[in-house]
Design a protein around this ligand. Sequence first.
Ligand code: NCD
Length: 354
Amino acid sequence: MNTKHLIDLNDCSKEEWEDIINLAVNISDAPERYAETCKGKILATLFYEPSTRTQMSFQTAMLKLGGNVIGFDNPLNSSVSKGETLADTTKIVSGYADILAIRHPVEGASLVSAQYSNCPIINAGDGGHLHPTQTLTDLVTMKKEIGHIDNLTVGFCGDLKYGRTVHSLIKALCHYQNIKFILISTPELTLPDYFKEYIVQNNCAFQDVLSLEEAICELDVLYMTRIQKERFASEALYNEQKNVYILDNKKLEHAKSSLKILHPLPRVDEIAAEVDEDDRATYFKQAKYGVFARMALISTLLGQTHEKYQLKGTSSEKACSNSRCITNQENGIRKSFYQIGEKSYCEYCDAECK
Ligand code: NCD
């Protein structure tokens, strides 16, 4: 793989990420064979936002590869609480560790780290933007449980506006053959325009749908998501959206027997506990595959010669229109935009900038 960091899966070619998926599948068949692959190496997990699965699966992955782990999961216990910038924290920690996994509430944060780091950076979730290692996990799950990733009708249900797992997975699936997207959400939580534009630019089809009941019979994969309470401007707005979509056994009566139900987890109440007993419930297996996906990714990135990330877009003094973007939250960050047709997009958060 040529890519030195994993910020957005689409920085790699499809062949490159398929190599990681295939390696993850091989690792899952015999993980003990990889027990010394990263001996003597250190992974640092810098988690500025809560996490159970992502952080622990990164740590488990590194330990299973024979490496060690350092890091924090509460920035209040680190120098971040004294006002240290992300760039400085990255420079310091990348002098201690061989690879860094960063989760941050601000969109584009890991791209900032990748410009300053002395070792590979993995984006473990940047605000409501992207979550590429969850996507690797999802693709490994589909490969293992369905056998292929082409020719599928995939329904995404719930918070498609702030759900970074949804954004990353849609971007990746656009590169497979004959994928049809059914976007099941309220108008308030619909997929942001720039991701819809990405679907269209890549010649895929999508349909916006309000009712899970009506869409479920068509689906090969149903990707349920949590309403991302922490990203709403107010509790009142969140309360209007919670509990709209609940998958239960009754709704599943209309689904294909081959359906696979995925969820990045944690769930709140969008999947009733009774569904866990259904053979189509795949989300707990999916969480396990996350360890193998991250083992494959860590060992691949550690096999590269390191280079700092160089911005690809054109720099400009104009501001990104997205208030949740790191360029609007921290000082001294070099802005960068890329063009598709007439439109200009922020390299950090992909928002269209007018
Ligand atoms: C997701 C995340 O953090 O974006 N969880 C995860 O990484 N497994 C989804 C969520 O929090 O709802």
